[in-house]
Write a protein that binds this ligand. Structure first.
Ligand SMILES: NC(=O)c1ccc[n+]([C@@H]2O[C@H](COP(=O)([O-])OP(=O)(O)OC[C@H]3O[C@@H](n4cnc5c(N)ncnc54)[C@H](OP(=O)(O)O)[C@@H]3O)[C@@H](O)[C@H]2O)c1
Length: 307
């Protein structure tokens, strides 16, 4: 494989950091961060607030990427509800502007979107199904997809769901279950919310294959296995040998969460499987790797990157 110059935005986040660490094994990676300082030799860290006028253009001029993977976002669903203006700027306007500059410079772009663009009433969604986002986060992400498609039709728009180890150990659902269960604390597992998550590291590697294959357009880039959040919690408990009875089966209706959640966000991935000519990673192998990473001290290694 040819070594590419890859710019990864949001390289301090759950997806961006794990993607940057995977990509850096084969490529020259530039990882953009905003408020978080990172100390790593794996890739070049660049500080930039993408909301500052001119920042996107400067970042691209400075890094001269072949490929761009745009992971930066306001991805905290409840924070989006309290700050809709920032959600609109970061999740809708920034992607459009970035896509336009990337198109001008001739690089290839993956814009990361979400399964939450659907209302989850039906499930088993294909790319051609009509989205119906609930809540500020989902609406701002759908507007971001539309802005990217309008300004850069060659871009890949990847709707994802993911889990993995993050910088402070609190960003992903797998960490939520790990943190509670390892402390012997009971935790809610929704029996009526379904999703198809992929390990962040696997997702990063799928992104590289999509770029290598020269794909463009909208792709459901989800795990090949779908399950309820309760079942996901049970699988975490089983793999780590925690007390399974601490995962309390709960309806999302009784959860008291601020932002509206879509109940069935299962995605069909046939289009991507066909395009890549191989199956996508599933949640069981992903959780197996998540456990292996734990045994090998990966969460601590990541934590040491905090400058
Ligand atoms: N997590 C999930 O389960 C999930 C599910 C579906 C889709 N997604 C999508 O996946 C992508 C990555 O999500 P994530 O969970 O990895 O997010 P995350 O952990 O919250 O990370 C967000 C990243 O965005 C950066 N950022 C925030 N404001 C910025 C600004 N003004 N300028 C530049 N960078 C800024 C942050 O930088 P600093 O920390 O340095 O400030 C951080 O690196 C997002 O597009 C999200 O919508 C995530």
């Amino acid at each position: 494989m040819r070594k590419h110059r890859i710019l990864i935005t949001g390289a301090s986040g759950l997806l961006g950091l794990n993607t940057a660490l995977e990509a850096a094994k084969e490529h020259q990676v530039f990882g953009q961060v905003n408020s978080q300082r990172l100390n790593t030799t794996a890739f070049s860290v660049i500080q930039a607030d993408l909301l500052v006028p001119g920042a996107i253009q400067r970042l691209l001029e400075h890094t001269q990427p072949d490929w761009v993977i745009h992971c930066a976002a306001l991805a905290n669903v409840d924070l989006c509800e309290t700050d809709p203006q920032q959600a609109q700027q970061l999740n809708s306007e920034v992607p459009g502007e970035l896509a336009e500059y990337v198109a001008r410079g001739g690089a290839r772009l993956i814009h990361v979107s979400t399964d939450a663009v659907f209302d989850g009433q039906v499930g088993d969604y294909r790319e051609q199904d009509v989205p119906n986002p609930l809540g500020v986060y989902a609406r701002s992400k759908l507007a971001g997809e539309q802005a990217v498609a309008a300004s850069n039709p060659q871009a890949i728009i990847a709707r994802v769901n993911l889990f993995g180890w993050s910088l402070f150990g609190k960003r992903s659902l797998a960490e939520f279950f790990y943190n509670n269960l390892s402390a012997k604390k009971p935790c809610m597992g929704f029996t009526d919310v379904f999703f198809c998550p992929m390990l962040a590291n696997d997702l990063g590697m799928v992104f590289l294959k999509m770029l290598e294959a020269g794909l463009s357009g909208l792709y459901h880039t989800a795990g090949s296995q779908c399950l309820s959040k309760y079942e996901f919690g049970m699988q975490v408990a089983r793999r780590f040998g925690f007390d399974e009875s601490l995962v309390i089966p709960t309806s999302v209706e009784d959860s008291g969460l601020t932002a509206a959640r879509s109940p069935n966000l299962t995605l069909r991935t046939d289009k991507l499987v066909h395009a890549l000519g191989e199956p996508l990673p599933n949640v069981s192998t992903g959780l197996e790797k998540f456990y292996t990473q734990y045994q090998q001290g990966y969460p601590q290694q990541i934590r040491r990157l905090v400058a």
